[in-house]
Design a protein around this ligand. Structure first.
Ligand code: URA
Length: 440
């Protein structure tokens, strides 16, 4: 087999066989196929697409290209949850302890943030002492002892995806549905969970900006999961405005703690109840998702989920005294580094563009421009209003935190572009847009 022939075949819109796709992946990982040929192949896929069969072969080959987690020593059905990436999305920090408190084993691997969206690992590492560098043995041991562990993705998990993703990033081939679906699902399959709940974000702050493209991606991923023998459920949720009232690492942990204590913002709580209910359902702990919501409300409101969070933080080296002290983690935020952003018109908030707010957070220092950029755990945005809220000109809309005034001013100039106003009341989008439980 020759790579040039396979590129030509795809370029001419023919389907590749399983052995041809496996050849490409195996030889690329061994560095026997150079980046320039892989780039040409990715661009051919970008323009020609892939059949459902080809997407499955690609997913499987990438899942098997590196380390594969074996969770079989943990009793029970292991359910993983994955978000396609959003702004202010701190659901994993809440869902893990919530479902673990109800007996679901949570063995989760997460990534760091890149671009305008944040990553769970960066958020957790804003808790002083917290470590996500766990060996596989320690990781499994924690889940057996306290039902929950969260680690950074191992360097070789779905190795081909890691190498290909880096190439896609610099060859304008990220936003291709077959490549996104296979990239996400190869990592989920290699992570070893028996069931997967996907939070597919739709809107300005998401990869998929339209309902149609999000549904197509969700259906594809549900089908891939089922083909790989994993129960897979997708929840499509709104990402036109940020989730909750905070964006930024420590700020999001603070909000997650408040939610675990039963006092979080309405939209964040609603999404956590929805995703958590499907996780409990997929894990066989409830017969109906509605029963799951009831149980989850109970652990949020009776303190059991918060208690599990403290146990989890302590187990991974985090300083829980900072969470439990009077004032909580808010004490770590430094007030002299903040600026307030004020409404520029009176009326109702019509738009709070999640992408622009994500970019503002990046400008403040909360995110990474490249994989190597350092992040400021204290930087971020506290939102005071959401879409549909009435406002008066000059009223505070958001507080921005950064390490210095220059970063704050940069954030203010960026966030201004996110807002639009309406003189008349505004209809708000439903948060949960669709649930997909079976392959189409
Ligand atoms: N997230 C991934 O893991 N891969 C993609 O291709 C896009 C989002």
């Amino acid at each position: 087999m020759r790579m040039v022939d396979l590129i030509e075949k795809k370029r001419n819109d023919h389907s590749l066989s399983e052995s041809e796709i496996r050849y490409i992946i195996e030889h690329y990982v061994k560095k026997e196929i150079p980046d320039y040929q892989m780039s040409a192949f990715l661009m051919a896929v970008y323009f020609r697409g892939m059949s459902k069969e080809e997407i499955f072969f690609l997913t499987k080959a990438m899942a098997e290209s590196g380390e594969q987690m074996d969770l079989s020593s943990i009793p029970g059905i292991k359910v993983d949850k994955h978000s396609t990436g959003g702004v202010g999305d701190k659901t994993t920090l809440i869902l893990g302890p919530m479902t673990a408190a109800l007996g679901l084993p949570v063995a989760k691997m997460s990534g760091r943030g890149l671009g305008h969206t944040g990553g769970t690992i960066d958020k957790l590492e804003s808790i002083p002492g917290f470590s996500t560098r766990l060996s596989p043995e320690v990781f499994l041991d924690h889940v057996k002892k306290i039902q929950i562990a969260l680690a950074g993705q191992s360097a070789t998990l779905a190795l081909a995806d890691k190498m290909i993703y880096a190439l896609r990033d610099v060859t304008a081939t990220v936003d291709s549905m077959p490549l996104i679906a296979s990239s996400i699902m190869s990592k989920k399959i290699a992570s070893g969970a028996d069931a997967i709940v996907l939070d597919v974000k739709v809107g300005s702050g998401a990869f998929m900006q339209t309902m149609e493209s999000a549904r197509e991606l969700a259906e594809e991923m549900v089908e891939l999961g089922h083909q790989a023998g994993r129960t897979t459920i997708a929840v499509l949720s709104d990402m036109n405005q940020p989730l909750g009232m905070t964006v930024g690492n420590l700020l999001e942990v603070i909000e997650a703690v408040e939610t675990l204590q039963g006092r979080g913002p309405r939209d964040l709580r609603e999404l956590c109840l929805e995703l958590g209910a499907w996780m409990l359902y997929a894990g066989g702990l409830v017969m109906e998702p509605e029963d799951g919501k009831e149980k989850l409300r109970e652990v949020l409101d009776n303190g059991a989920a918060y208690k599990k969070f403290l146990e989890f933080v302590a187990m991974q080296g985090g300083d829980t005294s900072l969470i439990e002290q009077e004032g909580g983690l808010k004490e770590l935020l430094c007030p002299e580094m903040c600026q307030t952003f004020y409404a520029e018109e009176s009326g109702y908030i019509r738009k709070m563009d999640a992408f622009e707010i994500g970019k503002a957070s990046l400008a403040l220092g909360a995110g990474r421009e490249t994989k190597e950029s350092p992040i400021d755990p204290l930087a971020g945005i506290r939102l005071l209003k959401k879409v549909g809220d009435p406002v008066e000109k000059g009223e505070a809309l958001a507080i921005l935190y950064a390490r210095d005034e220059a970063h704050c001013l940069e954030g203010i100039s960026r966030i201004r572009q996110a807002y639009a106003y309406s003189p008349a009341p505004v209809e708000t989008e439903p948060l949960i847009k669709k649930i997909i439980t079976i392959p189409s």
